[in-house]
Design a protein around this ligand. Structure first.
Ligand SMILES: Cc1cc2nc3c(=O)[nH]c(=O)nc-3n(C[C@H](O)[C@H](O)[C@H](O)COP(=O)(O)OP(=O)(O)OC[C@H]3O[C@@H](n4cnc5c(N)ncnc54)[C@H](O)[C@@H]3O)c2cc1C
Length: 369
Protein backbone atom coordinates (compact mmCIF):
# COMPACT_ATOMS: atom_id res chain seq x y z
CA UNK A 1 0.00 0.00 0.00
CA UNK A 2 1.29 3.47 -0.89
CA UNK A 3 2.11 5.97 1.86
CA UNK A 4 -0.91 8.05 2.87
CA UNK A 5 -1.30 11.59 4.17
CA UNK A 6 -3.46 10.43 7.06
CA UNK A 7 -3.81 7.02 8.68
CA UNK A 8 -6.80 6.66 10.99
CA UNK A 9 -6.67 3.78 13.47
CA UNK A 10 -10.20 2.76 14.47
CA UNK A 11 -13.28 2.67 12.27
CA UNK A 12 -15.90 3.85 14.77
CA UNK A 13 -17.90 7.04 14.45
CA UNK A 14 -14.93 9.27 15.32
CA UNK A 15 -12.41 7.62 13.00
CA UNK A 16 -14.89 7.51 10.12
CA UNK A 17 -16.02 11.10 10.69
CA UNK A 18 -12.45 12.41 10.57
CA UNK A 19 -11.62 10.23 7.55
CA UNK A 20 -14.66 11.52 5.66
CA UNK A 21 -13.80 15.17 6.33
CA UNK A 22 -10.09 14.77 5.63
CA UNK A 23 -10.75 12.95 2.34
CA UNK A 24 -13.13 15.77 1.40
CA UNK A 25 -10.18 18.13 1.96
CA UNK A 26 -8.33 16.20 -0.74
CA UNK A 27 -6.01 14.23 1.54
CA UNK A 28 -5.06 10.60 0.88
CA UNK A 29 -6.70 8.86 3.84
CA UNK A 30 -6.81 5.24 5.01
CA UNK A 31 -8.83 3.86 7.92
CA UNK A 32 -7.62 0.69 9.66
CA UNK A 33 -10.32 -1.18 11.58
CA UNK A 34 -9.56 -4.38 13.43
CA UNK A 35 -13.08 -5.83 13.11
CA UNK A 36 -16.03 -4.61 11.06
CA UNK A 37 -16.44 -0.87 10.52
CA UNK A 38 -18.64 0.87 13.08
CA UNK A 39 -19.41 -2.30 15.02
CA UNK A 40 -18.16 -1.36 18.52
CA UNK A 41 -19.46 1.44 20.80
CA UNK A 42 -20.73 3.42 17.82
CA UNK A 43 -23.10 0.58 16.94
CA UNK A 44 -24.22 0.03 20.54
CA UNK A 45 -25.10 3.64 21.42
CA UNK A 46 -28.56 5.10 21.94
CA UNK A 47 -27.97 8.01 19.55
CA UNK A 48 -29.19 10.73 21.92
CA UNK A 49 -27.85 14.18 21.11
CA UNK A 50 -28.68 15.89 24.39
CA UNK A 51 -25.86 18.28 25.28
CA UNK A 52 -27.64 19.86 28.25
CA UNK A 53 -28.50 16.57 29.93
CA UNK A 54 -24.86 15.42 29.80
CA UNK A 55 -23.07 18.30 31.57
CA UNK A 56 -23.47 18.94 35.31
CA UNK A 57 -21.63 22.25 35.38
CA UNK A 58 -20.95 25.12 32.99
CA UNK A 59 -17.49 25.20 31.42
CA UNK A 60 -15.43 23.85 28.56
CA UNK A 61 -17.06 20.40 28.45
CA UNK A 62 -20.56 21.83 28.15
CA UNK A 63 -19.33 24.31 25.53
CA UNK A 64 -17.75 21.46 23.57
CA UNK A 65 -20.98 19.43 23.56
CA UNK A 66 -23.05 22.44 22.51
CA UNK A 67 -20.65 23.34 19.80
CA UNK A 68 -20.96 19.78 18.44
CA UNK A 69 -24.76 19.88 18.73
CA UNK A 70 -24.94 23.10 16.70
CA UNK A 71 -23.07 21.45 13.84
CA UNK A 72 -25.24 18.33 13.70
CA UNK A 73 -27.92 19.25 11.16
CA UNK A 74 -25.51 20.53 8.51
CA UNK A 75 -23.06 17.71 9.09
CA UNK A 76 -25.69 15.00 8.78
CA UNK A 77 -26.94 16.58 5.55
CA UNK A 78 -23.39 16.44 4.17
CA UNK A 79 -22.90 12.81 5.24
CA UNK A 80 -26.26 11.77 3.75
CA UNK A 81 -25.53 13.56 0.49
CA UNK A 82 -22.00 12.13 0.15
CA UNK A 83 -22.95 8.61 1.24
CA UNK A 84 -26.39 8.40 -0.35
CA UNK A 85 -27.85 6.85 2.84
CA UNK A 86 -30.35 8.27 5.34
CA UNK A 87 -29.44 8.37 9.04
CA UNK A 88 -32.83 9.07 10.67
CA UNK A 89 -31.73 12.33 12.26
CA UNK A 90 -34.69 13.80 14.18
CA UNK A 91 -35.03 17.02 16.14
CA UNK A 92 -37.44 15.47 18.65
CA UNK A 93 -36.69 17.31 21.91
CA UNK A 94 -36.18 15.84 25.38
CA UNK A 95 -38.30 15.60 28.51
CA UNK A 96 -36.16 15.84 31.62
CA UNK A 97 -38.24 14.47 34.48
CA UNK A 98 -37.93 14.28 38.27
CA UNK A 99 -39.57 11.69 40.49
CA UNK A 100 -38.75 13.31 43.85
CA UNK A 101 -38.41 16.86 45.17
CA UNK A 102 -34.70 16.22 45.72
CA UNK A 103 -34.24 15.29 42.06
CA UNK A 104 -36.27 18.32 41.02
CA UNK A 105 -34.01 20.61 43.08
CA UNK A 106 -30.94 19.12 41.40
CA UNK A 107 -32.41 19.73 37.94
CA UNK A 108 -33.38 23.30 38.91
CA UNK A 109 -29.75 23.98 39.90
CA UNK A 110 -28.59 22.85 36.50
CA UNK A 111 -31.32 24.78 34.75
CA UNK A 112 -30.24 28.07 36.33
CA UNK A 113 -26.84 28.10 34.65
CA UNK A 114 -28.12 26.51 31.45
CA UNK A 115 -30.76 29.20 31.04
CA UNK A 116 -28.09 31.84 31.62
CA UNK A 117 -26.01 30.12 28.94
CA UNK A 118 -28.88 30.49 26.46
CA UNK A 119 -30.20 26.91 26.37
CA UNK A 120 -33.87 26.84 25.37
CA UNK A 121 -35.92 24.95 27.95
CA UNK A 122 -39.24 25.24 29.66
CA UNK A 123 -40.74 23.90 32.88
CA UNK A 124 -44.09 22.34 32.07
CA UNK A 125 -46.71 21.29 34.59
CA UNK A 126 -46.76 17.51 34.95
CA UNK A 127 -50.45 17.35 33.97
CA UNK A 128 -49.74 19.25 30.76
CA UNK A 129 -46.67 17.11 30.03
CA UNK A 130 -48.82 13.99 30.46
CA UNK A 131 -51.44 15.42 28.13
CA UNK A 132 -48.74 15.89 25.49
CA UNK A 133 -47.02 12.61 26.33
CA UNK A 134 -49.55 10.20 27.90
CA UNK A 135 -46.91 7.50 28.33
CA UNK A 136 -45.21 9.48 31.14
CA UNK A 137 -45.72 8.17 34.69
CA UNK A 138 -48.44 9.73 36.84
CA UNK A 139 -46.26 10.20 39.90
CA UNK A 140 -43.61 12.50 38.39
CA UNK A 141 -43.10 15.65 40.45
CA UNK A 142 -41.64 17.91 37.75
CA UNK A 143 -41.05 17.93 33.98
CA UNK A 144 -38.98 20.18 31.74
CA UNK A 145 -38.89 20.30 27.96
CA UNK A 146 -35.67 20.86 25.99
CA UNK A 147 -37.17 21.44 22.54
CA UNK A 148 -33.89 21.63 20.60
CA UNK A 149 -32.46 18.22 21.52
CA UNK A 150 -32.15 15.70 18.76
CA UNK A 151 -31.27 12.08 18.04
CA UNK A 152 -29.77 10.03 15.26
CA UNK A 153 -29.89 6.32 14.43
CA UNK A 154 -26.22 5.68 15.20
CA UNK A 155 -26.16 2.33 13.35
CA UNK A 156 -27.37 4.04 10.19
CA UNK A 157 -25.00 6.92 10.85
CA UNK A 158 -21.88 4.75 10.85
CA UNK A 159 -23.03 2.97 7.67
CA UNK A 160 -23.68 6.31 5.98
CA UNK A 161 -20.35 7.70 7.19
CA UNK A 162 -18.46 4.71 5.80
CA UNK A 163 -20.24 5.08 2.45
CA UNK A 164 -19.58 8.83 2.44
CA UNK A 165 -15.91 8.46 3.34
CA UNK A 166 -15.40 5.83 0.63
CA UNK A 167 -17.19 7.92 -1.99
CA UNK A 168 -14.96 10.93 -1.35
CA UNK A 169 -11.88 8.76 -1.72
CA UNK A 170 -10.92 7.39 1.72
CA UNK A 171 -9.68 3.79 1.78
CA UNK A 172 -11.50 1.79 4.44
CA UNK A 173 -9.82 -1.41 5.56
CA UNK A 174 -11.83 -3.75 7.79
CA UNK A 175 -10.21 -6.77 9.52
CA UNK A 176 -7.03 -4.69 9.58
CA UNK A 177 -5.70 -4.62 13.14
CA UNK A 178 -2.85 -2.23 13.82
CA UNK A 179 -0.51 -4.15 16.12
CA UNK A 180 1.68 -1.17 16.88
CA UNK A 181 2.70 2.24 15.68
CA UNK A 182 6.31 3.23 15.06
CA UNK A 183 7.13 6.92 15.25
CA UNK A 184 10.46 7.25 13.51
CA UNK A 185 11.28 9.44 10.55
CA UNK A 186 7.99 8.20 9.10
CA UNK A 187 4.85 7.28 10.95
CA UNK A 188 4.61 3.53 10.38
CA UNK A 189 1.68 1.24 11.16
CA UNK A 190 2.48 -2.41 11.69
CA UNK A 191 -0.28 -4.82 10.66
CA UNK A 192 0.09 -8.62 10.76
CA UNK A 193 0.76 -8.79 7.01
CA UNK A 194 2.22 -5.39 6.12
CA UNK A 195 3.74 -2.10 7.17
CA UNK A 196 2.07 1.12 6.04
CA UNK A 197 3.55 4.60 6.28
CA UNK A 198 1.72 7.88 6.73
CA UNK A 199 2.52 11.54 7.28
CA UNK A 200 0.14 11.78 10.22
CA UNK A 201 -1.97 9.46 12.33
CA UNK A 202 -5.31 9.78 14.15
CA UNK A 203 -5.82 7.52 17.16
CA UNK A 204 -9.55 6.71 17.31
CA UNK A 205 -9.41 3.28 18.93
CA UNK A 206 -12.35 3.76 21.30
CA UNK A 207 -11.96 1.82 24.55
CA UNK A 208 -8.73 0.14 23.43
CA UNK A 209 -5.10 1.24 23.95
CA UNK A 210 -2.63 1.24 21.06
CA UNK A 211 1.02 0.22 21.27
CA UNK A 212 3.87 2.49 20.20
CA UNK A 213 2.31 5.87 20.98
CA UNK A 214 4.45 8.52 22.71
CA UNK A 215 2.49 7.86 25.92
CA UNK A 216 -0.08 5.31 27.11
CA UNK A 217 -3.61 6.16 26.05
CA UNK A 218 -5.58 6.52 29.32
CA UNK A 219 -8.80 4.85 28.20
CA UNK A 220 -10.82 2.05 29.74
CA UNK A 221 -14.02 0.21 28.78
CA UNK A 222 -17.22 1.21 30.59
CA UNK A 223 -19.96 -1.24 29.70
CA UNK A 224 -23.47 -0.10 28.92
CA UNK A 225 -26.45 -2.38 28.35
CA UNK A 226 -29.57 -1.42 26.42
CA UNK A 227 -32.82 -3.01 25.43
CA UNK A 228 -35.41 -2.17 22.81
CA UNK A 229 -39.16 -2.72 22.95
CA UNK A 230 -41.71 -2.43 20.20
CA UNK A 231 -43.71 0.76 20.39
CA UNK A 232 -47.12 0.29 22.00
CA UNK A 233 -49.86 2.94 22.09
CA UNK A 234 -49.83 5.68 23.20
CA UNK A 235 -46.87 6.80 21.11
CA UNK A 236 -43.84 8.42 22.73
CA UNK A 237 -42.74 11.52 20.82
CA UNK A 238 -39.66 12.74 22.64
CA UNK A 239 -36.64 11.38 24.49
CA UNK A 240 -37.26 11.04 28.24
CA UNK A 241 -34.35 11.40 30.69
CA UNK A 242 -34.62 10.78 34.43
CA UNK A 243 -32.02 10.08 37.11
CA UNK A 244 -32.67 6.32 36.86
CA UNK A 245 -32.69 5.88 33.10
CA UNK A 246 -33.84 7.07 29.70
CA UNK A 247 -36.24 6.24 26.87
CA UNK A 248 -35.49 6.96 23.22
CA UNK A 249 -38.36 6.62 20.72
CA UNK A 250 -36.88 5.65 17.35
CA UNK A 251 -38.49 6.55 14.02
CA UNK A 252 -38.44 2.82 13.14
CA UNK A 253 -41.05 2.09 15.83
CA UNK A 254 -38.79 0.83 18.63
CA UNK A 255 -38.23 2.48 21.99
CA UNK A 256 -34.73 2.11 23.46
CA UNK A 257 -34.50 1.70 27.23
CA UNK A 258 -31.20 2.52 28.91
CA UNK A 259 -28.80 1.97 30.50
CA UNK A 260 -26.10 0.66 32.84
CA UNK A 261 -22.67 2.14 33.55
CA UNK A 262 -20.43 -0.79 34.55
CA UNK A 263 -16.75 -1.43 35.11
CA UNK A 264 -16.73 -4.96 33.64
CA UNK A 265 -13.45 -4.96 31.73
CA UNK A 266 -13.70 -5.88 28.05
CA UNK A 267 -16.58 -8.33 28.64
CA UNK A 268 -19.59 -7.59 26.47
CA UNK A 269 -22.90 -9.13 27.51
CA UNK A 270 -26.36 -8.54 28.83
CA UNK A 271 -26.98 -9.64 32.42
CA UNK A 272 -30.11 -10.19 34.53
CA UNK A 273 -28.88 -7.51 36.96
CA UNK A 274 -28.30 -5.07 34.11
CA UNK A 275 -31.71 -5.68 32.59
CA UNK A 276 -33.41 -5.43 35.99
CA UNK A 277 -31.72 -2.06 36.62
CA UNK A 278 -32.74 -0.73 33.22
CA UNK A 279 -36.32 -1.95 33.51
CA UNK A 280 -36.74 -0.56 37.02
CA UNK A 281 -35.56 2.86 35.84
CA UNK A 282 -37.40 2.91 32.51
CA UNK A 283 -40.71 1.64 33.87
CA UNK A 284 -40.63 4.28 36.59
CA UNK A 285 -40.67 6.83 33.76
CA UNK A 286 -43.27 5.08 31.58
CA UNK A 287 -45.06 2.21 33.40
CA UNK A 288 -47.24 1.51 30.35
CA UNK A 289 -44.21 0.02 28.58
CA UNK A 290 -44.34 -2.94 30.98
CA UNK A 291 -46.22 -5.10 28.44
CA UNK A 292 -44.38 -3.99 25.30
CA UNK A 293 -42.63 -6.84 23.47
CA UNK A 294 -38.84 -6.84 23.97
CA UNK A 295 -37.24 -7.01 20.51
CA UNK A 296 -33.52 -6.71 21.23
CA UNK A 297 -30.97 -6.54 24.03
CA UNK A 298 -27.30 -5.61 23.61
CA UNK A 299 -24.27 -4.03 25.23
CA UNK A 300 -21.30 -1.92 24.24
CA UNK A 301 -18.06 -0.54 25.67
CA UNK A 302 -17.92 3.21 26.12
CA UNK A 303 -14.41 4.63 25.82
CA UNK A 304 -13.95 6.00 29.34
CA UNK A 305 -11.22 8.48 30.30
CA UNK A 306 -10.02 9.16 33.88
CA UNK A 307 -12.09 12.37 34.19
CA UNK A 308 -14.94 11.50 31.82
CA UNK A 309 -13.93 14.16 29.30
CA UNK A 310 -12.72 13.28 25.81
CA UNK A 311 -9.06 13.23 24.85
CA UNK A 312 -8.65 15.50 21.84
CA UNK A 313 -5.74 17.13 20.10
CA UNK A 314 -2.16 16.47 19.02
CA UNK A 315 0.40 14.74 21.18
CA UNK A 316 2.64 17.30 22.93
CA UNK A 317 5.87 15.54 21.99
CA UNK A 318 4.96 14.26 18.53
CA UNK A 319 2.57 16.57 16.68
CA UNK A 320 2.08 13.97 13.94
CA UNK A 321 -0.23 12.09 16.32
CA UNK A 322 -3.80 13.31 16.96
CA UNK A 323 -6.00 11.77 19.66
CA UNK A 324 -9.75 11.42 19.10
CA UNK A 325 -10.36 9.19 22.09
CA UNK A 326 -12.14 8.78 25.43
CA UNK A 327 -15.48 10.10 24.13
CA UNK A 328 -17.26 8.09 26.88
CA UNK A 329 -21.04 8.77 26.74
CA UNK A 330 -20.86 11.43 24.04
CA UNK A 331 -19.02 10.18 20.97
CA UNK A 332 -22.05 10.19 18.69
CA UNK A 333 -22.84 13.77 19.69
CA UNK A 334 -19.21 14.90 19.39
CA UNK A 335 -18.66 13.42 15.91
CA UNK A 336 -19.26 16.52 13.73
CA UNK A 337 -16.97 18.65 15.85
CA UNK A 338 -14.24 16.00 16.14
CA UNK A 339 -14.44 15.50 12.36
CA UNK A 340 -13.76 19.18 11.83
CA UNK A 341 -10.96 19.34 14.40
CA UNK A 342 -9.21 16.22 13.13
CA UNK A 343 -9.49 17.12 9.45
CA UNK A 344 -8.31 20.71 10.04
CA UNK A 345 -5.31 19.42 11.95
CA UNK A 346 -4.62 16.82 9.22
CA UNK A 347 -4.66 19.58 6.61
CA UNK A 348 -2.10 21.45 8.77
CA UNK A 349 -4.36 24.41 9.46
CA UNK A 350 -4.91 25.91 12.93
CA UNK A 351 -7.58 24.00 14.85
CA UNK A 352 -10.64 26.27 15.34
CA UNK A 353 -11.11 25.65 19.07
CA UNK A 354 -9.11 25.86 22.29
CA UNK A 355 -8.37 22.20 22.97
CA UNK A 356 -6.30 22.86 26.10
CA UNK A 357 -8.84 21.32 28.55
CA UNK A 358 -9.07 18.14 26.47
CA UNK A 359 -5.43 17.45 25.64
CA UNK A 360 -3.84 14.19 26.73
CA UNK A 361 -1.17 15.90 28.84
CA UNK A 362 -3.79 16.85 31.45
CA UNK A 363 -3.23 13.36 32.82
CA UNK A 364 0.12 13.91 34.49
CA UNK A 365 1.45 10.39 34.12
CA UNK A 366 -0.51 9.74 30.92
CA UNK A 367 -1.38 6.31 32.29
CA UNK A 368 -4.63 4.71 33.37
CA UNK A 369 -5.25 5.43 37.08
C1 LIG B 1 -24.88 1.64 25.76
C2 LIG B 1 -24.27 2.90 25.18
C3 LIG B 1 -25.07 4.00 24.94
C4 LIG B 1 -24.52 5.17 24.40
N1 LIG B 1 -25.34 6.21 24.10
C5 LIG B 1 -24.83 7.34 23.53
C6 LIG B 1 -25.68 8.41 23.15
O1 LIG B 1 -26.89 8.32 23.33
N2 LIG B 1 -25.13 9.52 22.60
C7 LIG B 1 -23.77 9.64 22.40
O2 LIG B 1 -23.31 10.68 21.91
N3 LIG B 1 -22.93 8.61 22.73
C8 LIG B 1 -23.43 7.48 23.30
N4 LIG B 1 -22.61 6.45 23.65
C9 LIG B 1 -21.16 6.65 23.53
C10 LIG B 1 -20.69 6.44 22.11
O3 LIG B 1 -21.17 5.20 21.63
C11 LIG B 1 -19.15 6.44 22.06
O4 LIG B 1 -18.64 7.58 22.74
C12 LIG B 1 -18.67 6.48 20.61
O5 LIG B 1 -19.28 5.47 19.86
C13 LIG B 1 -17.16 6.33 20.56
O6 LIG B 1 -16.77 6.24 19.22
P1 LIG B 1 -15.31 5.77 18.85
O7 LIG B 1 -15.21 5.86 17.38
O8 LIG B 1 -14.34 6.52 19.69
O9 LIG B 1 -15.23 4.26 19.39
P2 LIG B 1 -15.77 2.88 18.79
O10 LIG B 1 -17.07 3.02 18.13
O11 LIG B 1 -15.66 1.89 19.90
O12 LIG B 1 -14.71 2.56 17.66
C14 LIG B 1 -13.36 2.29 17.95
C15 LIG B 1 -12.90 1.27 16.92
O13 LIG B 1 -11.49 1.12 17.00
C16 LIG B 1 -11.19 -0.21 16.66
N5 LIG B 1 -9.84 -0.53 17.12
C17 LIG B 1 -9.38 -0.54 18.39
N6 LIG B 1 -8.08 -0.86 18.41
C18 LIG B 1 -7.70 -1.05 17.12
C19 LIG B 1 -6.47 -1.40 16.50
N7 LIG B 1 -5.36 -1.63 17.21
N8 LIG B 1 -6.43 -1.51 15.14
C20 LIG B 1 -7.55 -1.28 14.40
N9 LIG B 1 -8.74 -0.95 14.95
C21 LIG B 1 -8.82 -0.83 16.29
C22 LIG B 1 -12.28 -1.01 17.37
O14 LIG B 1 -12.43 -2.30 16.81
C23 LIG B 1 -13.50 -0.12 17.16
O15 LIG B 1 -14.26 -0.49 16.03
C24 LIG B 1 -23.13 5.25 24.14
C25 LIG B 1 -22.33 4.12 24.35
C26 LIG B 1 -22.89 2.95 24.85
C27 LIG B 1 -22.01 1.74 25.03
Amino acid sequence: MRPVDLAVVGGGVLGLAIAHRAAREGLAVAVFERDALGAAASWAAAGMLCAAAEADTPGPFFDLLRSAARRYGDWVAEVEADGGLAVDYVRCGTWVVARTQKEAARVEDRIRWQTAAGVRLERIEVAEARRLEPLLAEDLVATWLYPDDHQVDNRRLVRALAAAAARVGARLLASAAVERVELGEDVALHLPDRRVTARRIVVATGAWPLRGLPRPLPVRPVRGQLLAVERVPPALHRIVVGSAGYLVPRPDGRVLLGTTVEEAGYRLGVTPTGLATILRGALSLAPALADAPVVETWSGLRPGSPDGWPILGPDPSDPRVFYAAGAFRNGILLAPLVAELGATWAAERPVPLDLEPFRIERFASGSTP
